[in-house]
Write a protein that binds this ligand. Structure first.
Ligand code: PZK
Length: 327
């Protein structure tokens, strides 16, 4: 087949047989799509689902369409996932700018056309070495820790709480930033030790709870429960505390539809439930490599991400695409 628009890229295809077949080539193309490589900028860091590039004075954070379930990235992208998460993060940065300053500089300035909509131009910060987690509901590792100890991050909770139950008030449950493997929940004193400044840690806790409460109230008004979320803070050149990373997205938070919420059982995740349910039914053992996702599950999952964005912001996703379009 003649392909006039073929990009000038070299792909090394590893195949079990000597000659790569159509499936090998399809996988190679899918792998290139997942990489979302910007050749023009120095790559500073690459995470499971996003990349960070150097813009000189600033950074470019690029969200890919990669998706992970059970901590393993699937070989199949979810179209527009990176754009939806970037749009949602931007919505919350604008919404909470009066609660705490954030690192967002621009959604268009110095953002290359090929990543428009999925990338943010942000300020360079000195990142603080703890994850700032806030939980309004008892789920995930919080529920596990409560069941075995009656406490989460050193905070003793009332007896008799059930799976997914709303807490009497949001709690701050910081964690370590693990390079590999899972972040580990730590108590406030340990977090203060790691940061080396107790007053600073108290400020991070108060800012985190203020951000969570603001977002949870907004989400509730739109029929969405914000169960928990994770923030990352840094300091700017003047020492001012700034919230960085992505904020209040499905990759950093648990969003539950309010209309099907039921205490006493795990809640279906707004965005990933399709993939999780499908993946469980395939008999996948949740160890790498993750299986490719079929078209109908991809389409259903994409629709859920867009629905989450539109439900939370009250804006159509197309409005975002127009807003970031090169003029
Ligand atoms: C920063 N990460 C996480 C890892 C990614 C992102 N504003 C900032 N200033 C300096 N450093 C960071 C930020 C932010 N946000 C973020 N690590 C450093 C990370 C891997 C890939 F895209």
């Amino acid at each position: 087949m003649f392909w006039p628009e073929a990009p000038a890229l070299t792909v090394e295809v590893t195949s079990p047989s000597d000659t790569p077949d159509a499936a090998d080539l399809a996988e190679a193309v899918a792998s290139l799509r997942r990489m979302s490589t910007l050749e023009s900028l120095p790559l500073l860091a690459s995470g499971k689902v996003r990349e960070m590039y150097d813009l000189g004075e600033r950074l470019l954070m690029v969200a890919s369409d990669r998706i992970s379930t059970y901590d393993v990235v699937h070989p199949t992208p979810i179209p527009d996932k990176g754009k939806v998460l970037t749009a949602l993060s931007t919505f919350w940065f604008e919404q909470t700018a009066d609660v705490v300053p954030n690192h967002l500089v621009s959604i268009t300035e110095d953002v290359p056309v090929e990543v428009r909509g999925r990338a943010l131009n942000v300020r360079k910060l000195d990142m603080l070495p703890v994850e700032c987690v806030v939980r309004g509901y008892l789920t995930g590792s919080g529920w596990k820790d409560y069941q075995s100890t009656g406490a989460v991050a050193g905070i003793t909770l009332p007896e008799g709480l059930r799976d997914s139950e709303k807490l009497p008030e949001p709690i701050f449950t910081p964690s370590t930033k693990a390079d590999v493997g899972h972040d580990e929940t730590i108590d406030f004193d340990r977090a203060a030790e790691i940061v080396g400044d107790r007053a600073l840690m108290e400020r991070l806790r108060d800012l985190s709870i203020a951000l969570y409460s603001h977002a949870a109230d907004h989400a509730a008004s739109r029929g969405v429960i914000l169960a928990d979320t994770k923030f990352e803070f840094g300091r700017d050149a003047g020492g001012v505390i700034v919230v960085g990373d992505e904020v209040l997205t499905p990759d950093s938070s648990r969003f539950w539809p309010a209309d099907t919420y039921e205490v006493g059982r795990p809640q279906p995740s707004f965005d990933k439930q399709y993939v999780r349910d499908w993946a469980s039914n395939t008999g996948w053992d949740k160890k790498p490599p993750a299986p490719a996702i079929p078209d109908d599950v991809v389409a259903g999952t994409r629709a859920k991400y867009v629905e989450a964005y539109e439900r939370i912001t009250g804006e159509s996703f197309d409005t975002w695409l127009v807003r970031v379009q090169p003029s």
